[in-house]
Design a protein around this ligand. Structure first.
Ligand SMILES: Nc1nc2c(ncn2[C@@H]2O[C@H](COP(=O)(O)OP(=O)(O)OP(=O)(O)O)[C@@H](O)[C@H]2O)c(=O)[nH]1
Ligand SMILES: [Mg+2]
Length: 323
């Protein structure tokens, strides 16, 4: 297993891998187990294997287009299928996932070295925006940065209070809006506060909205413009907070939010609770938007930078045995 050995070498020095992998295990064990199963059961029939592979990939939310691409590539790579060992089939599959994900390079996260880095979080209702705001705030604070959060969800009753409590727990400043206040005016106040208080990172929470509601999407476009007027280049990062359980609707969310807000990243939440997770590959392959972070639970520590090599490694079943 040439590719797998290389992958193992690559990740062996990475910190925190066991927690990362155990958080993933549900997602990728399910995919890994299915891949193993169809590999074992189709040693003599390549056509049948590829058909089963297509179904498995679609069941794991990889999406039709990307699944088809993986199957086509796999088919071409395995002229000698009948002579391949099961582990070699698995190895070729993992390498195909890798090649498809890494075909387009990820642009790095934008950091404003000359001032405040502004991050805008957008997404549908309940995807995890507010809790992710707290998780990011906690993470950046631990890196030694001065962090402020902006509670610009003035639409849902209790939303401002929710972020205020999280901010208090994490120990960062929070600029709050009032219920029904224009969210853009909250962002103006937050930018001014950030400038006056030497803040390094300003993270803006927004109200959940369906990607198909045109007026609410227009409101987001306004928020972006307002941020840019207050702080040059802001928002530097606009990230879609996407529930990993959403399945293929996630593709439509990503496409429509991207159209209005020009996303430069995705945060995949609730990775601890999904048995799918193939959407990581689909979004990157179809829309070219990289996953920046994943969240793996409900405490403020449950956030990790997304690492594709660890993700891929965890697809192989024995995730606990990384040495
Ligand atoms: N298990 C698990 N639960 C999560 C994760 N992230 C968020 N949640 C839960 O998902 C629910 C919704 O999270 P919120 O952060 O309030 O979501 P939101 O997008 O701000 O919701 P709205 O403001 O109503 O649009 C909460 O119960 C969170 O605790 C995660 O990574 N794992
Ligand atoms: Mg919220």
């Amino acid at each position: 297993m040439a590719f797998f050995s290389k992958l193992k070498d690559k990740i062996s020095g990475k910190q925190d891998q066991s927690k990362y992998l155990s958080g993933f295990s549900k997602t990728n064990n399910a995919l890994g187990r299915k891949l193993r199963f169809i590999t074992e059961n189709n040693t003599k029939n390549k056509e049948n294997f590829v058909e089963q592979l297509m179904i498995t990939l679609i069941e794991s939310d990889i999406g039709y287009k990307t699944a088809e691409e993986i199957c086509d590539r796999f088919y071409k790579e395995t002229q000698d299928y009948l002579y391949l060992r099961q582990e070699d089939v698995m190895d070729i599959l993992l390498e195909t996932f890798n090649d498809i994900y890494k075909e387009k390079d990820d642009e790095p996260i934008v950091i404003n070295d000359s001032g405040i880095t502004v991050i805008l979080l957008v997404g549908v209702n309940g995807s995890g925006k507010t809790s992710t705001c707290a998780k990011l705030a906690n993470m950046y604070k631990k890196e030694g940065k001065k962090v402020c959060v902006a509670a610009a969800d003035t639409f849902r009753a209790g939303a401002v209070e929710q972020l205020k409590i999280w901010a208090g727990n994490v120990g960062v400043d929070c600029v709050c809006g009032k219920e029904n206040e224009d969210p853009s005016s909250v962002l103006v106040n937050a930018c001014r506060y950030a400038k006056e208080n030497a803040v390094d990172v300003l993270i803006c929470d927004t109200a959940g909205r369906l990607q198909t509601k045109i007026n609410l999407m227009a409101e987001l476009a306004k928020m972006k413009r307002v941020l840019g007027k207050e702080i040059e280049g802001a928002p530097h990062d606009t990230w879609l907070v996407l529930d990993a359980n959403t399945g293929q609707n996630g593709m439509s969310q990503a496409a429509l939010f991207d159209e209005v807000t020009d996303l430069n990243g995705i945060i995949l939440t609730k990775m601890d609770g999904t048995s799918k997770g193939g959407i990581v590959i689909a979004i990157k392959n179809v829309l070219g938007i990289p996953v920046r972070y994943i969240t793996l639970g409900e405490t403020t520590d449950d956030i990790r930078p997304f690492d594709f090599d660890l993700y891929l490694y965890s697809i192989i079943e024995d995730v606990g045995n990384v040495s």
